[in-house]
Ligand binder design. Structure first.
Ligand code: AMP
Length: 486
């Protein structure tokens, strides 16, 4: 029997990256490079599926792209002019190989590979119905629901079956799908996660971010539009829009933290947006100080914007060791603490005797800020003022950014003064939601019609996360799976 939450023995809320290409003799090698550029979106596992005109070839593994695909024998096997790939990030439990994407299935019409960035919010309910109808699930990902919905659809063409499946799912999804005839890109009707179209040597490609086009020298053509299906095939490029248009709700956290600063997302340079957020923050919460110090790497552009606006020197007062993973990846509080120490070190020469403004992009549990503030004080800073380039993270994300349960979010439990005390800072300030909207280019934020998904700061979810609402009350992050699972 199914237990209540069958997806979560691994992790439901993956942050991921996808890449696909059609019509290039080096398809798989280009996908591997694209995935390497998207490594920040997923560091635990990666996979590529190619098709050579008669067979699909599949290679998936745990670890970094370089470790999995930096192997000639593996790459030689991934033959064909078309391929799709995926990088995956999960933060709790083990990452099982059977969950590594692209998922692949043999269907009535032939093979189908699918890579997903985002998170479906009604997958649990759909999965229960599908299991009752006899579908045999191979993985514990929400993504597999899409595969089964395509498989059982009564429509005849692949595209119609895909549309039929998409009409039943809710939440965030940017997909790359591959059949023997096409590579297909899909973006959910709200456009929550990014997906872009590129062109290289006459071939079309799809990527989560433009930095993955840059690495292969592809030209950025345009964003895939919210609710758009793009079919890349021998016949060229075809766009299908099967949904009624909706107001877009792109994830504002992509701008703040998640996307790479050298990417252009939704028409804006991520780096420039982050600098503008820093400038807004400086205007909103000015404080006398000697140096502005970023928490590297994610705090760097905002700190540059802050320093320029405030007229205070920018210094690298904290040095990051690049050979350890993101702090967030550590599953227990103890290891997370050790992780922070392994990752950052104070640059005493830049801090001693100084009044320091520390800039970071977000406070989630508060672990990083507390450690960093302590470290900076131990290095002799006279005052430590923390400035955060996002509003307080008060709500969990159910749309593909990993955040812990609400109770673990510092801002859900304390006000700003309480948080300042807990992290040990002389002062603490967050950019306002209006300031953030100005920085992303929206001069007039309309709280009744938000132009972004900003639910992590407001609790205003673009669609009700129905799986997480089960049992009533506030939405919950699904808990770890116990026994009896699929
Ligand atoms: P915490 O230590 O729990 O307060 O986490 C805050 C730090 O984690 C910040 O320095 C962010 O750069 C980083 N961060 C925020 N959100 C995420 C996320 N979803 N995944 C990984 N790192 C994150």
């Amino acid at each position: 029997m199914l237990t209540t939450h069958p997806f979560d023995d691994d992790h439901l809320r993956e942050e991921c990256g996808v890449f696909g290409i059609f019509g290039h003799p080096e398809a798989a090698a280009l996908v591997a490079l694209g995935l390497h550029a998207l490594q920040h979106r997923g560091q635990e596992a990666a996979g590529i599926v190619s098709y050579d005109g008669s067979h699909f070839h599949n290679h998936r593994g745990l670890g970094h792209v370089e470790d999995i695909f930096g192997n000639e024998a593996v790459m030689r096997r991934l033959k064909g002019l078309q391929a799709v790939g995926h990088v995956r990030y999960s933060t709790t439990g083990e990452t099982l190989l059977r969950n590594v994407q692209p998922l692949f299935a043999e269907m009535e019409f032939g093979g189908l590979a699918l890579g997903h960035n985002g998170n479906l919010t009604n997958a649990l309910g759909l999965r229960r119905q599908l299991v009752r109808r006899g579908c045999l699930f191979q993985s514990t990902t929400d993504t597999e629901v899409i595969i089964h919905l395509i498989a059982i659809s009564l429509y005849s063409t692949v595209e119609d079956r895909l549309i039929d499946a998409l009409r039943q799912i809710e939440g965030a999804y940017s997909l790359v799908v591959q059949t023997k005839d096409a590579v297909i890109g899909v973006r959910d009707p709200l456009g929550i996660r990014p997906l872009v179209l590129g062109r290289l040597d006459g071939a079309w490609c799809l990527a989560s971010e433009t930095c993955a086009l840059d690495i292969i020298g592809a030209e950025f053509v345009r964003d895939v539009e919210p609710g758009e299906i793009l079919v890349l095939s021998e016949a060229g490029l075809r766009s299908i829009k099967p949904f009624a248009p909706q107001a877009r709700r792109f994830c504002i956290f992509e701008h703040i933290y998640f996307a790479r600063p050298d990417s252009i997302v939704e028409g804006a340079s991520v780096y420039a947006v982050r600098k503008r957020i820093g400038a807004e923050l400086a205007r909103e919460s000015r404080v006398e100080a000697d140096v502005v110090v970023p928490v590297p790497d994610s705090g760097v552009p905002a700190a540059l914007g802050f320093a320029a606006e405030a007229g205070i020197p920018f210094e690298l007062g904290i040095i990051r060791n690049h050979y350890v993973g993101r702090t967030f990846i550590q599953p227990t509080d103890h290891t997370r603490h050790t992780g922070v120490k392994m990752k950052h070190n104070a640059n005493r020469a830049m801090l001693e005797g100084k009044r320091v403004i520390l800039v970071d992009d977000s406070i989630v549990r508060g672990t990083t800020s507390r450690k960093i503030v302590e470290m900076v004080r131990q290095a002799g800073a006279r005052e430590v003022h923390m400035r955060i380039s996002s509003p307080p993270t008060t709500h969990s994300c159910y749309f593909g950014i990993d955040t812990p349960e609400r109770e673990k979010l510092l801002a859900a439990r304390y006000d700003v003064a309480g948080m300042a005390k807990l992290i040990g800072a002389d002062s603490l300030a967050f950019v306002s939601l209006d300031g953030l909207y100005r920085a992303v280019g929206e001069t007039n934020r309309d709280p009744h019609q938000p132009q972004f998904c900003d639910a992590c700061f407001t609790g205003d979810y673009p669609v009700l996360p129905s799986d997480q609402m089960e049992g009533g009350g506030d939405p919950k992050q699904l808990s770890l799976l116990t026994e009896g699972s699929v």
